[in-house]
Design a binder for this molecule. Sequence first.
Ligand SMILES: Nc1ncnc2c1ncn2[C@@H]1O[C@H](COP(=O)(O)OP(=O)(O)O)[C@@H](O)[C@H]1O
Ligand SMILES: C[C@@](O)(CCOP(=O)(O)OP(=O)(O)O)CC(=O)O
Length: 209
Amino acid sequence: MEDRASEPELVLVFSGKRKSGKDYVTNLIRDRLGSEVCCILRLSGPLKLQYAQEHGLDLDELLGPGPYKEQYRADMIQWGETRRRQDPGFFCRLATRGARQPVWVVSDARRLSDLQWFWSEFPRQTRCVRIQSSEKTRKQRGWSFTAGVDDAESECGLDSGVEFDWVITNEADAPSLEEQLEPILKMATEAVSPSSSSSSSSSINALNH
Ligand SMILES: Nc1ncnc2c1ncn2[C@@H]1O[C@H](COP(=O)(O)OP(=O)(O)O)[C@@H](O)[C@H]1O
Ligand SMILES: C[C@@](O)(CCOP(=O)(O)OP(=O)(O)O)CC(=O)O
């Protein structure tokens, strides 16, 4: 167990393929809850920081949405795998260090070991959310298949074998994100102020994975 000043009330762990809209949807949630209540944690943050330092790269570009990070993605994946093999919780621990808000939104889980770390550290608070979009939509957002990336664990590690608490379809012809995110936002609101609703945190905690 980590040494923490305080524990989160709710940990929403998001996953989804490239260009499914993980950043878009998690930003929406953070904006709705406010940055005092909710923080976005990226497992790729500490990975990119250390990778940039070791390889003399531009960290801001690596963190940004542009094409720069794509040049290094396959190598970053390999580099990260080596670290994870030694210590599967390495990036999870670094990404969550110092987070103070009651609701954590982890925007980029990719492997079962990522989910296992959160389930093990925060069994009561952790919920898993999958973002899905069709290949057609992802292509319209700039995705194209890259061997060694889109067929690797980084993109496929959570394709099966996980029972997600929610699956969000981020498509123009799906129900609105507003509608789909409603139960998640409700749970977050109740988690931070349990007395404001008839549903107490104990009933939230009683939900199974
Ligand atoms: N529902 C949406 N409406 C409008 N634009 C979207 C939507 N979902 C994603 N996008 C856009 O598609 C692109 C990819 O989304 P992003 O959140 O960066 O995906 P990911 O983090 O999964 O790779 C971004 O430019 C983003 O703004
Ligand atoms: C090496 C990575 O951490 C790179 C992740 O970069 P981003 O989190 O920026 O990816 P997308 O939002 O899906 O485009 C992947 C990994 O396997 O750890």
